[in-house]
Design a protein around this ligand. Sequence first.
Ligand code: EPU
Length: 430
Amino acid sequence: MTKYVIRGGKPLYGTIEISGAKNAAVGILPAALLVDGVCRIENLPQISDVTHILNILQELGADVRTVNRTTVDIDCSHVRNTQVPDALTRKIRASYYFIGALLGRFGSAEVAPPGGCDFGSRPIDQHLKGFAAMGAEVDIKNGLVRAVAKDGRLTGTTVYLDMVSVGATMNIMISAVLAQGTTIIENAAREPHIVDLANFLNSMGASIMGAGTDVIKVRGVDHLSGGSYSIIPDQIEAGTYMAAVTATGGEVLIKNVIPKHLDCITAKLLEMGAEVEEQDDAILIRRTQALTHTNIKTLPYPGFPTDMQPQVAACLCLADGTSVLTEGVWDNRYRYVDEFRRMGAQVQVDGKIAVIEGVAQLTGAAVEACDLRAGAALVIAGLAAQGVSEISQVQHIERGYEDIVRKLSGVGADIRVVVTPDEGQAVQAG
Ligand code: EPU
């Protein structure tokens, strides 16, 4: 078993470099299936979700060549297989993008429903509704989603999403690139990774307009050809380190970011008492004074991101007064609260609302990461707490954070990885 052991209570000082955006990478890599020729993808984060997607591409017959730590060349010209192995799709949420990509390229896809973090029910009905509107026959049988375009190729149409969905927006966009005619996605999501996916596809020859607004127009083309593309920096990774500094105090320069993408996070950290200085592609964050309570509601972009909710909750546990968090995206994203309580936090949850009474200090404890961002929040709580915390189930964290232990150690955190091969025998892994 792998654990992170943290001795908390130390402010953070130094510089952290942000990696490529997970939620852009996990859409762009499957979309490489649409490209006839070699596409070079740069600034890929080294995280297990990316490894899983690259494995699926290879299983499908793609030629994947590592150029360096953050760059791969992918050639899908010889892919003929349209069935994604079940064992691989269950490991990650983003495996649903293979439905859109295979359907768009070959007119047929067979993919097991996706896995990923457990926030209650996570339907993909809007994705499937979009494919059906474009002329696919879609059914779910024997645990597989099967989608087949009636004439071998999807046909462009207008798709109105019943709710703002990142995954449905990206999946329908991917499937529409090689369709006959024009597809319009109404009530589309506007996250930075949606713009990044559109920029990637356009750079390979697609014709997508309006990404970043709530109406996206995809004019179908016959062919995409190879090229190279660099993924944007990860907004949520940057926000997580900003929250860490807000919780512990100190001063850290966070490099390789797009400050505009962080506005929604910065605004709330400022209200809590952090100081933020924007530079061209970096953010300097400092926290010297006591933290103040605030209220936050998570919403689709440009609202406050749900993927930052647990991390700011860790800060609010230490803020003066009462804060109210409202989760506006997922049904059940407070599963981490019991673990916070083990560290002395005072949080009450009622449905989508969490009320946090700030305490003077958290105390180290043995806690378990239940999902990716919950795990990151426990790391933040552990860094700010007095004493030693042990965080288990860190594979959830490593799905989405490249080298989190090295990056935090580099700014003075006392955090190390401990691998326990069996009961009672601990081995230090750095
Ligand atoms: N929804 C439906 N039907 C659908 C699609 C979505 O009812 O067909 C609902 C969901 O149940 C949810 C809301 O719509 O209540 C929004 O879901 P969305 O589709 O936007 O989520 P997603 O695409 O599955 C992505 C990220 C999540 C992030 C959400 C919201 C990926 C792989 N995942 O999920 O990221 O929380 O958007 O921004 O891009 C994370 O990185 O930690 C993470 C969970």
